[in-house]
Design a protein around this ligand. Structure first.
Ligand SMILES: *Cc1c(COP(=O)(O)O)cnc(C)c1O
Length: 422
């Protein structure tokens, strides 16, 4: 199978080719519920594997430090124009290598080492790069963190405001990596304005929902929008920074030459294609379907006695607190993996357990929606999860294997680009 799908790779490096082929089978046969993952289209896959790979292009379109940029300039300019159109922003930089370096560029643009920065705490759903201690952003800057309320699982905007007015951070990050609820960008904007802070919306997880109109947009509310391109936006692994004209120069200078060298042009091409796809009516339908599926899955999990952080979801993501099931998140995640259901273990807010063995698992619907599953399938998905968690509690490996076969059976009916058919 691998030889025909990747003939040159198989001939040159059969060992590596076999790993890729095995991954293709794994992705084809499993139900991928990791909310930060997706399946890119065949067009995005092709664009990301082109000879654009071969070029060095330090600088920006029309202002490069290398000759031979006639075509590269058009690729990058197209990606930039599409990003501006899709997100309704003045300026877009499509060069950040990924979400974490994109955020680091924001620090470089607006803060000095030692400055106070504010973001959501990692165990509350924030991202490492929002000033958390183990990240460079938490050791080079003074990170202060906000969280969610213990009774509701929601952000307490009054508390965030009080903290911001006390701390006067240079930068405030809103957004995160395990947030099942809508982010109120207008509320953050008024807080940042009062505190005199630069406001950054890190929409890495929800960029596709925003593009498809299934989550409010931060455009017009925040100074900078940071996003990855490979999560709900369904592009190649990469990132973008978008902002008002007044910040354009600072952002561009921070990305290059501040932080990075040459842009990954093959990735820029894939981003351009993904942005084109995200501007189509079919993507609007996709984004709404992701949310409808997540709500249906959340309802089906609640019916089966699962405890969900904040009681449900507004977006693509669900955080299950397994404390009541008497099973640690890691044990559950590993059992689900054996059952062909791929999730990640995750802290829940106020988690009494350690981050490396927390109380929850994080799931989401971007991938299964890309494969064409709909709300009618969600009770089945919830059922598998419930059975797998039960089986894990009893140590019933046979039951996990049976679920794995059922999952593979359904997934065979829903192919995805780049994957073998059976
Ligand atoms: C995924 C994510 C990032 C980091 O992206 P990488 O591409 O993994 O570096 C940053 N911020 C948020 C909110 C994320 O969810």
């Amino acid at each position: 199978m691998s030889a025909s799908r990747h003939p040159a790779l198989s001939a040159t490096d059969p060992e590596l080719a076999s790993f890729v082929a095995a991954e293709e089978v794994l992705q084809a046969q499993t139900l991928r519920l990791i909310p930060s993952e997706n399946y890119v289209s065949a067009a995005v896959l092709e664009a990301s594997g082109t000879v654009l790979q071969n070029k060095y292009s330090e600088g920006y379109p029309g202002r490069r430090y290398y000759e031979g940029q006639q075509n590269i300039d058009r690729v990058e300019a197209l990606a930039v124009e599409r990003a501006k159109g899709l997100f309704g922003v003045d300026h877009a930089n499509v060069q950040p290598y990924s979400g974490s370096p994109a955020n680091l560029a924001v620090y470089l643009a607006f803060a000095k080492p030692g400055d106070t920065v504010m973001g959501m705490a990692l165990p509350m759903g924030g991202h490492l790069t929002h000033g958390w201690g183990v990240s460079a952003t938490g050791s080079w800057f003074r990170g202060v963190q906000y969280g969610v309320r213990q009774d509701t699982g929601l952000v307490d905007y009054d508390a965030v405001r009080d903290q911001a007015l006390t701390e006067r951070p240079k930068i405030i990050f809103c957004g995160g990596t395990a947030l099942p609820r809508t982010i109120d960008f207008a509320a953050f904007a008024s807080i940042a304005e009062e505190a005199g802070s630069v406001l950054v919306a890190d929409v890495a997880h929800i960029a596709g929902l925003i593009a498809g109109g299934a989550h409010p947009s931060p455009a017009g509310h925040v100074d900078v929008i940071s996003t990855t391109t490979h999560k709900t936006l369904r592009g190649p692994r990469g990132a973008m920074l978008m902002c008002r004209e007044e910040h354009a120069k600072a952002i561009d200078k921070a990305v290059f030459p501040g932080l990075q060298g040459g842009p990954h042009n093959q990735t820029t091409a894939g981003i351009a294609v993904a942005l084109h796809e995200a501007a189509q009516p079919s993507f609007t339908a996709y984004a709404h379907q992701v949310v409808a599926n997540a709500k249906a899955l959340a309802a089906a999990l609640l019916e089966r006695g699962f405890d969900l952080v904040s009681g449900g979801t507004d977006n693509h993501l669900i955080l299950i607190d397994l404390t009541g099931k008497g099973l640690p998140g890691k044990t559950a995640a590993k059992a689900l993996d054996r059952a062909g259901i791929v999730v990640n273990y995750n802290t829940v807010p106020f988690d009494p357990r350690k981050p490396f063995d927390p109380s929850g698992v994080r799931i989401g619907t971007p991938s299964l929606t890309s494969r064409g599953l709909g709300v009618d399938h969600m009770p089945q998905v919830a059922d598998w999860i419930a059975r797998a968690v039960d089986a894990a509690a009893k140590g019933d490996e046979q039951a996990l294997a049976a679920i794995r076969a059922e999952v593979a059976g359904l997934m065979a009916e829903f192919p995805a680009p780049g994957l073998p058919l059976s």
